[in-house]
Design a protein. Structure first.
Lengths: 329, 329
């Protein structure tokens, strides 16, 4: 296959090669709209985006941007990252953004000053792409996990969220459930958005009511309060919860209302934890360790310049059956 | 009170002031034994150890050394740290050592190169003090939390572990328990050591058998296996577990053996988590947020040179009663 050049992209879009170069190298001086257009065409033509950083010396340290360090999901992923990078003598530093995009931008600037060789990030909603442009322009490879930002051509490792929700709902439907509610996440976040959209689509495929949505915002407290309100007015037979923290909030309300699982209410959660096993809660399981180890391997290859293809890897979830789903005849 | 000078310490120990200065400023060139002796006398005489860093410009970033990022205990402390430092526009970067002292030494060296203004650390067992000497010599203040290293005069925020174990055992004794076992932590770690020693002492005070020790090493898997072995040969009426991960392992074994809490076995854990509440497990609670916020406040005052006294703050635990302890007549 012939390698795509900047001039090929320029010809197709009828712009100058320097404009294309500016867009692709994440330099300032062109509109966001034009940059998006150029990046899209470049990606379609399999242009190699990988940053060339001129054989600079490695500092052997990488930064990880984590949106919520109190969520075990992210700490498990870290162990996957460590399994690859510690062997290569890299040091790993994280920053916790608490889903705040200004904090994320500040941390990214600090990581640049701290001479990291690469960054692995689960970006928060609404973060300014320009900071990521600056990182890439500096020759620091970036890899997204769990989430992606549209219009930034960097490699990523994410979950097939549609399949995940499908597995959960199909299992409930096969057990005879029809009135199924969904505890949704933060709608602005990639995973929150994907899982909510998937829930609505899949419920329609099964010809079931698709609007029983409880806004849990991926946290224990909102979920607890919203589930309580919801259950005082609605009578679902099953609830699907779209992350581990919302499962906690859901279980707390169920305990408070003295409902029995699965006799009074069936539950399926997202992300197994030791306590979901102790409490016999069915879950959708993501390959967390693999998300981390693949992300680290891909970043390492970019840092070592052994790779020059952008890869967007989408991993498959698994259903973990348990005793939280009642069979309805 | 007269301020202690280097010459005062030199006179008492009959060494030269430059030797005292070398010890106190963490410079090489004197034996570890002599350094220890000098530091002990200096501390007794209330010498001000605080690093003077000549009004250097602040980078507004601090590093945190965490031994086990998958333990929620540490993530809660982080929220305390953040509550103080984010307001002051500091960026916070952590490193996870997995209780490995070589990793810790590598991370400390990296943090120095990355120009952090201060370091908050829960040091792992057996870490080489000399790396901390280097950090202090560079004028970077260090603050220990959860754990301390003997012979390093830095401020710290820790728990009163003796009181914590006493609260747990007293509650069991008041409920009529006599055969009480302890799931111990990693004995080389400060908290593991303190809690094990406290358990043995307190059981003796109550005139009870003090050798029912199950080595849990602060992790789920060792605890699970060791508890299974222990319960096949011993019949305690109650088990005290000395951290949250060992409580998980303990509960997994109890579930597997189909024992009922508290009818067959009473349980008291360490560190409440959402799942200990869901499962009605009594716990000893540490003021995690305060540990973090106090550590950050104290470090900040050292960075800003508003403080020149070493403070070792010891916080009090609280008992969180629940339905996991049976009353025995």
């Amino acid at each position: 296959m012939k390698r795509t050049r900047i001039s090929d992209i320029a010809r197709i879009l009828e712009v100058s090669p320097s404009t294309v170069s500016r867009a692709i190298n994440y330099k300032e001086g062109i509109s966001d709209e034009l940059r998006e257009k150029i990046l899209n065409v470049a990606q379609e033509m399999n242009y190699s985006f990988i940053v060339k950083n001129n054989n600079k010396e490695l500092y052997k340290r990488i930064g990880i941007i984590i949106p919520d360090i109190s969520n075990q999901f992210f700490s498990k992923i870290l162990y996957g990252v460590q399994s690859v990078l510690i062997k290569e003598d890299f040091s790993i530093f994280f920053a916790n953004t608490d889903e705040n995009n200004e904090t994320e931008e500040k941390y990214l600037k600090n990581l640049m000053d701290m001479n990291v060789d690469g960054i692995i990030s689960a970006p928060s909603a609404g973060v300014n792409k320009k900071v990521y442009y600056q990182v890439l322009e500096r020759g620091i490879p970036v890899l997204f996990f769990d989430r992606k930002i549209e219009g930034l051509n960097v490699s990523s490792v994410t979950l097939n969220n549609y399949d995940a929700v499908f597995m959960a709902i199909r299992n409930l439907v096969e057990n005879g459930h029809k009135r199924i509610a969904c505890v949704s996440g933060i709608p602005e976040i990639y995973t929150g958005h994907q899982r909510l959209i998937a829930f609505k689509q899949i419920m329609k495929i099964f010809n079931l009511q698709s609007d029983m949505i409880i806004t849990g915002n991926f946290n224990e407290y909102d979920t607890k309060n919203e589930v309580k309100k919801f259950l005082s007015e609605n009578k679902p037979t099953a609830i699907f919860s779209s992350n581990n923290k919302s499962t906690l909030g859901l279980l707390e309300t169920i305990k408070e209302m003295k409902l029995k699982i699965p006799d009074d209410l069936s539950i399926i959660g997202f992300d197994p934890e030791p306590w979901t096993e102790l409490l016999d809660i069915a879950t959708i399981s993501q390959p967390r360790f693999s998300i981390g180890s693949l992300a680290a391997q891909m970043l390492l290859r970019e840092i070592q310049k052994k790779n020059d293809v952008i890869q967007n890897i989408v991993l498959s979830p698994e259903l973990r059956v348990n005793n939280s789903i009642k069979k309805i005849n």
